[in-house]
Design a protein around this ligand. Structure first.
Ligand code: FE2
Length: 198
């Protein structure tokens, strides 16, 4: 089969390993959040964990698809700590302790993580399709952090959760605002990549 021009260009793409790492990380994220959502006895917490788990699965599939469109295959990577992660997620530990042991929803690293995610977009070799995909991914990951933080506070008994409709409505509102901001950021980054006219 003849390679498309996009596939030929993939030789030069330096960010494929990043896409591969994201796809693997999101797949594992789905696995432990999904397992935890089935283990917890708190139906509200189960709903939120499931919501984030589904998003993780969708991210994994989307990035795997993009890697394929770029003419490569996703390579499964090993994570030595993942067995422990699954053991905690499926254990009988109280839910608030699971958040603490797994280091999710604690809300302390959000800013650093945001900076790290935005650095992905500063790669000047990124094509527009992948850039748009990363923009959406970043916005949804931030929103997932907020959902998990609310879920952690709920598990600690600090504050009640809003009902599902309110959560989803707030989610959509945040996503819409963040997508607008990220679309602008991506457009600016891409504009900088256009070589000057000779
Ligand atoms: Fe994620």
């Amino acid at each position: 089969m003849q390679l498309t021009s996009e596939q030929n260009m993939s030789e030069e793409r330096s960010y494929l390993s990043t896409l591969n790492a994201i796809a693997n990380g999101e797949r594992r994220g789905f696995q432990f959040l999904d397992a935890w959502s089935r283990k917890t006895r708190d139906p509200q917490l189960a709903t939120l964990l499931r919501q984030v788990a589904i998003r993780e699965a969708e991210h994994a599939a989307t990035f795997e698809k993009r890697i394929s469109e770029l003419g490569r295959e996703m390579i499964e990577t090993a994570d030595d700590g993942f067995e422990d992660t699954m053991a905690i997620a499926t254990s009988d530990l109280p839910d608030n302790e699971k958040f603490e042991h797994l280091g999710v929803g604690l809300g302390v690293d959000d800013e650093d993580d945001g900076d790290h995610l935005l650095q992905l977009l500063s790669d000047k070799t990124i094509d527009p399709t992948t850039g748009a995909l990363l923009g959406r991914f970043i916005a949804e990951e931030r929103d997932s952090d907020r959902i998990l933080h609310a879920a952690y506070q709920h598990a600690c008994g600090h504050r009640p959760l809003s009902n599902r409709e309110q959560t989803q409505s707030a989610t959509l509102e945040h996503l819409s605002t963040q997508l607008e901001q990220l679309t602008t950021a991506v457009a600016e980054l891409q504009a900088r990549q256009i070589p000057p006219k000779k």
